[in-house]
Design a protein around this ligand. Structure first.
Ligand SMILES: Cc1ncc(COP(=O)(O)O)c(C=O)c1O
Length: 366
């Protein structure tokens, strides 16, 4: 392989980037363009490693403060613990890892709509998933009959991947508390929306054990960045290991080397926007979701009434419709089993994009 000048490599990178989808055409992703503040902070901390946090005390402080910010948003109790993770998948795996060890049991109850990261967790941790048959969200009365003496944990979702719906978290938490079993809330998507636009409680005000939230989704931070909060800081001990060769003596995260830049970006955007700023963004996304729903209705296109900023549009042959939309330049999520294409109305999705999209959708549905 030849050695290239930096300018030449930049040209190669630009060529590669041209092949990437542009966000003004992305309608099916739960990620978005990071906030300018996040990008700046990310670049400032690009070389830092939170796996060896004794070397990066300032970055560690930013991580701790970002965790505190999230803990306040989610009403964490005084003895809580927080981890900054690479996103929803790592948070979900870590929660189940801890609850398997604490309970010494292997069964996990979760809704049909749960994200596929739980399949990864089950495969890694040798867990048995008991899937609750449900509609667009999981009801408490349906959970009860799945509970047994082997149940380690119940998982509920705040903003599920296909419909953006919220499970009956408060009621399910009551049942888990009565039965003395752990309950994890996956708020990877809804964690930065529901607290601002929904009356439903998805956090520690309910009797939940843990909750995960992704800052690289509606938090407008940089990839990779999620958070896992646990009700009791002692639970962390279950996954703590001595890190013999590094300046840092202990780690309690699935990953070893971790990007401090992601923590800095999350801290920066949180402290720049504040809770008020996020509220405004979530409200705007909900307003645009309403706009899309109205437009679909006026065009006689069927959809599932949205709860958060996500609309599942009912179509026949979802994979084919998604492929035709791709030809027209649109990237949408789809689920051929449920016969839906899904539009996530993220902060980069404008009403102008929505207008053009619905026009093209009408054409491909003909
Ligand atoms: C509800 C939910 N949980 C977890 C995840 C996984 O998050 P990540 O891709 O950041 O690992 C997603 C991703 O879309 C999700 O929608």
């Amino acid at each position: 392989m030849p050695i290239n000048l930096m300018e030449d490599v930049i040209e190669m990178l630009k060529e590669a980037k041209k092949k990437d989808a542009n966000f003004d055409r992305i309608l099916g992703s739960m990620c978005t363009v990071p906030h300018e503040m996040a990008k700046k902070a990310y670049n400032m901390f690009i070389e830092t490693n939170l796996g060896d946090y004794e070397l990066f005390k300032g970055t560690k402080e930013l991580e701790d403060k970002a965790i505190e910010w999230i803990a306040k948003l989610l009403h964490a109790p005084p003895g809580y613990a927080g981890l900054l993770t690479s996103g929803g998948t790592e948070s979900n795996i870590t929660a189940l890892w801890i609850f398997k060890k604490l309970s010494e049991k292997r069964e996990v109850i979760l809704p049909k709509q749960a994200h596929f990261s739980f399949e990864k967790a089950a495969s890694l941790l040798d867990l048995k998933l008991k899937v609750v048959e449900c509609g667009h969200f999981m009801r408490a009365r349906d959970v009860k009959k799945y509970i047994s003496s082997s149940t380690a944990c119940v998982v509920a979702i705040a903003g599920n991947t296909n419909y953006g719906y919220i499970d009956e978290i408060e009621e399910i938490a009551e049942i888990c508390s009565d039965e003395n079993i752990f309950m994890h809330v996956d708020a990877a998507f809804g964690g930065f929306v529901a607290p601002f636009v929904s009356k439903k409680i998805i956090d520690f005000r309910a009797k939940i054990s843990s909750v995960s939230v992704d800052a690289h989704k509606m938090g407008m931070a940089c990839i990779p960045c999620g958070f896992l909060l646990l009700r009791n800081k002692n639970w962390i001990e279950e996954i703590k290991v001595r890190s013999k060769c590094t300046h840092t003596r202990f780690q309690a995260t699935l990953l070893g080397t971790r990007p401090g830049a992601a923590a800095a970006a999350a801290y920066a955007v949180m402290h720049h926007l504040g809770y008020e700023g996020y509220k405004r963004i979530a409200e705007k996304c909900m307003e645009n979701t309403g706009y899309l729903a109205d437009l679909l209705k006026r065009n006689g296109i069927e959809y599932v009434e949205p709860e958060l900023n996500l609309i599942a549009i009912k179509v026949k042959k979802a994979a084919e419709v998604a492929a035709r939309l791709k030809e027209a330049g649109w990237y949408v999520g789809f689920d051929e089993e449920s016969e839906i294409i899904r539009i996530v109305v993220m902060p980069h999705v404008s009403n102008e994009m929505i207008n053009k999209f619905v026009e093209d959708l009408r054409k491909v549905m003909k």
